[in-house]
Write a protein that binds this ligand. Structure first.
Ligand code: SAM
Length: 306
């Protein structure tokens, strides 16, 4: 199974589909050690082979390195999804702590598009971090771009090819503040691929998926070990049948689906020292994992980690 851990709700960007400019964050309910012990409890109760740290923005979590070390002790594959703003200076320590997979979120191929999406001016820092991560040997290095009606998929594809990184387009999901104008902003992956082809990017579907959640295309004339284009089709072609993801939040809740709003509160059991109850609660939640009745979530994405 694949465990995603949201180490903080807080973020240093305000992406227009994710967080309002005046976002207010509840204090984290878990102390760093409690979050680590919950991670360990989930790994003891379920066959987890991969942990991804996310948020909010994991690089602004003061205890990030501690969580990476714990994750690396628990499973062989430890990844992180980050907006990359604070990443470059942290790369050596993250590597040493055991991080071995990195996804960097980048919705635009230039500074103007970046500001329109993230409401902040950090394009140069994110591009520099992407290059530094590649130099530091993080492979495969992936850029994640949320696709909206104002995205420029052709420019993003050119950027990925030039930088020698993989690019994954994520369909905009009807989550949190994205709900308000979701139907106007959402773009289906089929339409994105048409825009790529019209923009001169010749693509061919690869037979393999790199993860159960994304379909992958190669670009004609481009080495597929360096760059592929993937599409995470949560909206137009959900992958619930192959989804083995579970999510733990800094609020101490276990969610077996991105659209499972309530989750299971594990913190009281942890604090009571009820190891057997904790184990049983985790197993019960995972055993009851089912596809969502609707692909909608009212809570903010930053709280559960995307
Ligand atoms: N701060 C980190 C980052 O930017 O990668 C990690 C957390 S962020 C919530 C994880 C991913 O979720 C990002 O790639 C982000 O763009 C994506 N995301 C946020 N809201 C979304 C939405 N409504 N639909 C699709 N993806 C979304």
């Amino acid at each position: 199974m694949y465990l995603r851990v949201s180490v903080t709700d807080r973020c240093n960007l305000r992406c227009t589909y994710c967080l309002p400019e005046d976002a207010r964050f509840a204090p984290s309910r878990t102390a760093p050690d409690e979050l680590d012990r919950l991670m360990a409890a989930v790994c003891a109760a379920a066959p987890v082979t991969k942990i991804r740290l996310t948020g909010g923005e994991p690089t602004i979590c003061p205890s990030l390195l501690q969580h990476v070390r714990t994750a690396a002790w628990l499973v062989p594959t430890v990844g992180m999804t980050t907006n990359g703003v604070e990443l470059e200076r942290l790369l050596p320590d993250l590597r040493d702590a055991g991080l071995n997979r990195l996804n960097i979120s980048l919705d635009a191929a230039d500074a103007v598009g970046f500001r329109l999406s993230a409401r902040r001016d950090h394009f140069t820092a994110v591009l520099a971090a992407t290059r530094a991560a590649r130099r530091a040997g993080f492979t495969p290095l992936k850029l994640n771009a949320v696709a909206t009606a104002s995205s420029d998929p052709v420019a993003l594809a050119h950027l990925a090819i030039a930088e020698g990184v993989h690019l994954r387009f994520i369909e905009l999901m009807d989550i949190g503040i994205a709900h308000a104008d979701w139907s106007e902003r959402h773009v289906a992956s089929d339409a994105l691929r048409e825009r790529l082809i019209w923009g001169g990017i010749a693509i061919t579907e690869a037979t393999d998926r790199d993860e159960p959640t994304s379909r992958v295309w190669t670009v004609d004339g481009v080495d597929p070990s360096a760059t592929t284009l993937g599409f995470i089709t949560t909206v137009t072609d959900p992958f619930c049948g192959t989804c083995d993801r579970i999510r733990l939040t800094s609020q101490g809740r276990l969610h077996t689906c991105l659209f499972d709003e309530r989750g299971t509160d594990l913190l009281p059991l942890l604090r009571a020292g009820d190891q057997r109850g904790l184990d049983a609660a985790i197993k019960r939640a995972i055993g009851a994992k089912i596809p969502p009745s609707r692909f909608q979530r009212s809570g903010i994405m930053a709280g559960i980690g995307g």
